[in-house]
Design a protein around this ligand. Structure first.
Ligand SMILES: [Fe+2]
Ligand SMILES: [Fe+2]
Length: 482
């Protein structure tokens, strides 16, 4: 301690400030990575669920402590060798070096939203709420790497007639199609050139809606099966199957920070999702390391005031669909989201209504131990939501996250897991060498399978059919509205 005091006593005020401030800033910035890991929306779940990520973060934090210790050692050694030689180049070099980790880290994280891979193909997005005629508003949205002004012409005939223009040059382009009429075919064209797209809105019959839902394509993952994804999209596009909408329940990409994966996803979906109203829902992989900005720009364009944010409520012919932002578990169930959900349920629903909940992660599920975490029944999810679901008469819940097909019934509510859009299937939880268990209330479970779930609500009965990519039924059941 005496040697350190002597060292600083011999420095000018400017030298003291530079040594102390650089080392302190490097230390605090490095330690703040832990704070970032437990608070960032894309990281906190990863930190909680994946052992090796936690270990990496702890290592980085440990390195933060090493530099001040090295500084003390350098000072003591230098005082012993030659107390008169000041200032010390070695100490300054080390102090600057200690800034490399936090500056490099935050520089990388901060630059992710700027790393765009190119234009993103158009999508016909379902918006929140309900339009004037019992079905939701929609938006045609796309993203261009260069700022530009674009236009959309749309209408109920091939000559269209309603023209909208971007108000100013922008990367994000979103054109609101509001107050749509039910059971009506609309046409639209971008910039008055090329393809004229068309889509048909949902029918005008109370408690009637037929949609496809599936999850977890994981674009960018080496072990994903893209053939399965294409086959499923073919089924979605086939008019004979009569799908009125498509809900994709998350993990669209493998790494949320990789915009090329988002580009591949948009390019793959677009030929179908410009014709079938599309609603993607956030998964844990989609927001990794700053990926949330990509998600917002491509699927929740904030230039449309009414566009869905991370959680929202869609109404179709009196059927309520609550989309929640639950990526790994309750980590993303913020106070604001909880208050919104409970208020919305209280004020807009009746337990007799069809009420559906969609989000990425599972509540009940069969599964196994992954990276030290139990991927089966999530107790905190169950404790948080079961009483709310039962009180308000939720009928069906849809999610992915586990790459399986499963139906679990608990308290009269049907929980469906449809992780079949191309991400590598999970293994059987009861297989050799596996540590896992069956989910509570499981009535159907299958793995090593790709596919989708067809949900056909007709009045008081919903017909649910799990299908493989060839459109063959592998399991079906019915739910009666309570
Ligand atoms: Fe997944
Ligand atoms: Fe997931």
């Amino acid at each position: 301690m005496k040697k350190i005091k002597e060292f600083f006593a011999n420095l000018t005020k400017k030298q003291k400030i530079s040594y102390i401030s650089i080392i302190s800033i490097a230390f605090l910035l490095t330690e703040s990575i832990l704070l970032w890991a437990v608070t960032d929306r894309g990281m906190k779940g990863l930190f909680e669920w994946v052992n090796y990520i936690r270990t990496y973060v702890y290592y980085i934090c440990a390195i933060g402590f090493i530099f001040p210790i090295i500084a003390v050692i350098i000072i003591i050694i230098s005082q012993n060798m030659n107390p008169a030689r000041k200032p010390l180049k070695a100490l300054m070099v080390m102090a600057i070096f200690s800034l490399i980790i936090p500056i490099g880290f935050y520089g990388f994280i901060g630059s992710i939203p700027l790393q765009r891979s190119g234009d993103k193909a158009p999508q016909l997005l379902i918006l929140n709420g309900s339009g004037a005629n019992g079905i939701p508003n929609m938006a045609v949205s796309f993203w261009t790497k260069e700022k530009s002004t674009n236009s959309l012409n749309w209408g109920t005939t091939e000559s269209m007639g309603t023209k909208m223009n971007d108000p100013k040059k922008s990367n994000i382009h979103a054109f609101l199609l509001n107050d749509l009429l039910p059971n009506t075919t609309y046409f639209y064209q971008i910039n008055d050139v090329g393809q004229i797209y068309n889509f048909t809105t949902m029918p005008d019959i109370t408690n009637t809606f037929k949609f496809m839902t599936t999850s977890d394509p994981h674009f960018g993952a080496d072990n994903a099966n893209r053939t399965a994804t294409y086959k499923i999209l073919d089924q979605l596009a086939d008019p004979a199957n009569g799908y009125q909408s498509f809900f994709m329940l998350g993990d669209m990409v493998e790494m949320g920070n990789n915009d090329a994966q988002y580009k591949e996803a948009c390019d793959t979906f677009s030929p179908v999702t410009t014709h079938i109203p599309f609603r993607p829902i956030i998964g844990n992989h989609d927001v990794l390391f700053g990926g949330h900005q990509f998600w917002v720009d491509y699927f929740s364009p904030d230039i449309i005031e009414d566009a869905p944010r991370d959680y929202f409520h869609i109404k179709v012919n009196g059927i309520h669909i609550f989309v929640l932002d639950l990526e790994w578990g309750t980590e993303t169930y913020t106070k604001a989201q909880k208050e919104w959900f409970e208020k919305e349920l209280n004020e807009t629903t009746d337990p007799d209504d069809w009420i559906l909940v969609m989000n990425h992660c599972f509540y009940y599920s069969s599964g196994y131990l992954v990276d030290g975490s139990e991927w089966w029944d999530q107790q905190d999810m169950i404790e948080t939501f079961k009483p709310v679901f039962e009180e308000h008469g939720i009928d069906m819940v849809f999610g992915g996250h586990n790459h399986i097909f499963e139906v679990l019934e608990n308290g009269g509510i049907y929980y469906n897991i449809i992780g079949g859009l191309g991400g590598h299937p999970d293994r059987y939880y009861g297989g050799e060498g596996m540590v896992g268990q069956a989910g509570t209330g499981s009535i159907y479970y299958s793995t090593d399978i790709f596919g989708f779930l067809e949900v056909d609500i007709q009045g008081d009965t919903a017909y649910l059919t799990f299908k493989n990519p060839e459109n063959q039924s592998v399991y079906n059941y019915t739910v009666n509205r309570l």
